[in-house]
Design a protein around this ligand. Structure first.
Ligand SMILES: Nc1ncnc2c1ncn2[C@@H]1O[C@H](COP(=O)(O)OP(=O)(O)OP(=O)(O)O)[C@@H](O)[C@H]1O
Ligand SMILES: [Mg+2]
Length: 242
């Protein structure tokens, strides 16, 4: 069964979609079977970030309304065969029930290792719909006070979902400012939000598929964190069975 991880933030534009898609790519590079599920209805752009926007025939609403099956709606990435994406609908004010989406993800779950859910900004219906589909959460913030305040608010709401884990990604970190102590450090942000930092991602203009930048290394380490967690669980489970 797939691990379902929602990538969320509260504040818009802090890098949820970037984190979700890059994590997906790095997990797929290691051979894991991944679905990036875009639940940002109306403002969906995970397909663009993944470079597959021309390839989607169906979206999640087509599945719900019976025009295709869940697997037919998946777009397989041309470069990473174990990476698929599921597009959300372009109409934002359409009601899509969380139960319907949970059912689709349950159908896909046995065939995948990870389902990464890209959440919309804000804390209204779309956020709750995305959060209710996952068992773990990654909260993205930047080192700026306004983003951290929203992250703190969201982290309080996420606590009511009883996630297995809520991890923090600090994105858009300017290295020059960090070096001079002009922005909060990852440790200070972690302490303020009372969440463990799983990745610190520098602000860096990188081509999406490049594999050498500092930014890319940060996403690779984030993928390793999830992979190692799985290995550890299997090891403990193996010992317990013995
Ligand atoms: N580490 C980074 N370095 C440089 N640019 C970045 C980085 N992370 C994100 N960006 C850029 O910032 C912009 C916003 O990122 P993204 O779309 O991932 O945010 P979001 O949280 O998903 O936004 P929204 O709330 O609108 O869904 C994009 O143009 C993206 O390319
Ligand atoms: Mg987004």
């Amino acid at each position: 069964m797939a691990r379902k991880i929602v990538v969320t933030s509260g504040k818009g534009g802090v890098g949820k979609t970037t984190v979700c898609c890059n994590l997906g790519v790095h997990l797929a590079r290691k051979g894991y079977r991944v679905v990036v599920c875009d639940l940002d209805f109306g403002l969906n752009n995970a397909d663009v970030v993944l470079g597959v926007e021309q390839l989607a025939v169906y979206d999640i609403v087509d599945v719900i309304e019976g025009r295709c099956r869940a697997r037919q709606a998946l777009v397989r990435h041309p470069r990473y065969p174990t990476l698929s994406s599921l597009a959300s609908n372009k109409i934002s004010d359409r009601y899509v029930s969380p139960q319907a989406i949970r059912l689709i993800l349950e159908t896909l779950s046995p065939r995948f290792d990870y389902i990464l859910i890209d959440s919309p900004a804000g804390i209204d219906e779309g956020f709750h719909r995305a959060a209710s589909c996952a068992e773990e959460a990654l909260l993205v913030t930047t080192p700026h006070i306004s983003a951290m305040r929203d992250a703190d608010r969201v982290s309080g709401i996420l606590a009511s979902y009883h996630f297995r884990e809520i991890g923090l990604v600090v994105n858009l970190v300017r290295r020059d400012m960090a070096r001079k102590g002009e922005i909060l450090s990852a440790e200070e942000i972690s302490a303020a939000l009372r969440l463990p930092v799983r990745a610190v991602v520098p602000e860096e203009d990188a081509f999406f598929l490049d594999n050498i930048s500092e930014r890319s290394r940060a996403f690779r380490r984030l993928a390793d964190y999830y992979i190692e967690g799985d290995a550890e669980e299997k090891r403990l489970f193996g010992r317990w069975k013995r």
